[in-house]
Design a protein around this ligand. Structure first.
Ligand code: ADP
Ligand code: MG
Length: 335
C-alpha cells in the first residue's frame, strides 16, 4: 500500500464505527464483526461504472449517494436491517476535492441509514464504485423472489415514474419549465431505499424485489423465480405527482402524460418494492397501511403460469396491454 493510498483511506474513509458489532474496522487487514445469534447475514454487491451507470459529469457527492442508496435498496428488498458496507473505489487520480465531496455524500447516507463503512479497496483506474452492503434478517425470514404463490395479491410501495422522468432529464429530454428538474435529479441521485417498509413486510410478504430496472422487468424476476404468472392492472399503478398531473396548456405536461404509463411500467430507478401477499396476510398488511407504516397499492395478482416459464401479463381497463421497452434496460449512459 502506497503512502498516498494510506492517506486517502485515513483521511476520507476512516470514522469511528457506530455499531457495537464492529470490533475492527478500516485500517487492519480485515474487518472483524460480531454476528447476532438467530440472525442470518444478507449480502449484496453492486458496481457503478462512470459513463455507464452515472453521467461522466456527475458530482462526486451524487455518485456516492446514488451508489450507497441503490445498494441499500437490495437489503430493503430482502427485509433486512442494514449493518455495514465495504467500498471498492477505482479512481483515475487522487484529487482531494473529489474525495472530500465523495466521502461527504457517502457518510451523509451512511448516517441516515445507520450503516458503518468497515473496509474496502482503493485502486487507480477508470472511475468505478463498488459497494457491498451487509445486513441481517431473522433466521429464514429473508424475502426472496421465488416464493410468490397462485392467489397472492401484488403490491407496490410508494409511487412510480419519477426515476424514469429523472433519467429523461439526464439524457437531455426537454420536459419543460413546469417540471422541477432539481427534484427529479435528487430522486435519481438519492433514491430512498425502502428499508423500514422492507422490515415491516418481512413477516407479511411472500416474495419481494426492489424496482431498479423497471416494474415489468423486475416483476418478471419474481414470476420466473416463483414459476407463476403475475397479472398487473396498469390502471392501478400509483403514479408520482409529476406523472399524474392533469392535462393542461403546458405541452410538456401533456408530453409527460403521454409517456407516463410507459415510464411507470418500464422506467427503472424508482427503488420502490414490489411484493406479493398471501390472502391470509392481507389484514395484517392493511393494518400497517392504516398506521402509515407501509405505503402500498394493490396492482395485481398471481395466477398459474400459462407457459413454460412464469411471466408478467399487463391489463389496461380489462383488456390486454402490451408493454413497449423503449428505455432499454439498465445501461443508462452508453453512447
Ligand atoms: P491490504 O493491502 O492489506 O489489502 P489495503 O491497502 O487494501 O490493505 O487497505 C488497508 C485498509 O484500508 C483495509 O482495512 C481496507 O479495508 C481499508 N480500505 C481500503 N480502501 C478503502 C476504501 N475505499 N474505503 C474504506 N476502507 C478502505
Ligand atoms: Mg486490499
Amino acid at each position: 500500500m502506497s503512502l498516498v493510498e494510506f492517506d486517502i483511506i485515513k483521511r476520507y474513509f476512516t470514522r469511528p464505527a457506530k455499531q457495537q458489532s464492529v470490533s475492527q474496522s478500516v485500517g487492519d487487514d480485515c474487518a472483524v464483526l460480531t454476528l447476532s445469534s438467530n440472525k442470518q447475514l444478507v449480502l449484496s454487491m453492486d458496481t457503478l461504472v462512470c459513463g455507464r451507470h452515472f453521467p461522466e459529469d456527475a458530482a462526486p457527492y451524487d455518485i456516492a449517494t446514488r451508489a450507497l442508496c441503490t445498494s441499500l435498496s437490495d437489503l430493503a428488498a430482502m427485509g433486512a436491517k442494514p449493518l455495514w458496507f465495504t467500498l471498492g473505489l477505482t479512481l483515475p487520480a487522487a484529487s482531494h476535492e473529489w474525495l472530500s465531496e465523495f466521502s461527504q455524500g457517502l457518510f451523509a447516507i451512511s448516517d441516515r441509514y445507520n450503516v458503518d463503512l468497515i473496509g474496502g479497496d482503493t485502486t487507480q483506474g477508470p472511475l468505478a464504485v463498488t459497494i457491498q452492503v451487509h445486513g441481517e434478517v431473522d433466521q429464514g425470514q429473508g424475502l426472496c423472489r421465488h416464493s410468490a404463490q397462485v392467489g397472492d395479491s401484488v403490491f407496490v410501495t410508494g409511487c412510480l415514474g419519477d426515476g424514469a422522468a429523472a433519467l429523461a432529464v439526464l439524457q437531455g429530454e426537454e420536459l419543460g419549465s413546469a417540471v422541477d428538474k432539481d427534484y427529479l435529479l435528487q430522486r435519481f441521485y438519492q433514491p430512498f431505499p425502502q428499508i423500514a417498509m422492507g422490515q415491516y413486510l418481512q413477516s407479511i410478504a411472500s416474495a419481494a424485489i426492489d424496482i431498479s430496472d423497471g416494474l415489468v422487468a423486475d416483476a418478471r424476476h419474481i414470476a420466473r423465480a416463483s414459476q407463476v404468472d403475475m397479472v398487473i392492472n396498469t390502471e392501478s399503478l400509483p403514479l408520482s405527482d409529476l406523472l399524474s398531473a392533469k392535462p393542461c396548456y403546458y405541452n410538456e405536461i401533456n408530453h409527460i402524460r403521454s409517456k407516463r404509463l410507459e415510464w411507470a411500467l418500464t422506467g427503472g430507478d424508482d427503488y420502490q418494492l414490489l411484493f406479493t401477499v398471501h390472502p391470509e396476510k392481507l389484514t395484517q398488511l392493511q393494518l400497517l397501511i392504516d398506521e402509515n407504516l407501509v405505503v402500498a397499492t394493490n396492482i395485481g395478482f398471481i395466477t398459474a403460469k400459462s407457459q413454460d416459464v412464469g411471466d408478467v401479463v399487463c391489463y389496461l381497463n380489462g383488456g390486454p396491454y402490451s408493454v413497449n421497452y423503449p428505455l432499454g434496460g439498465y445501461q443508462h449512459f452508453v453512447t
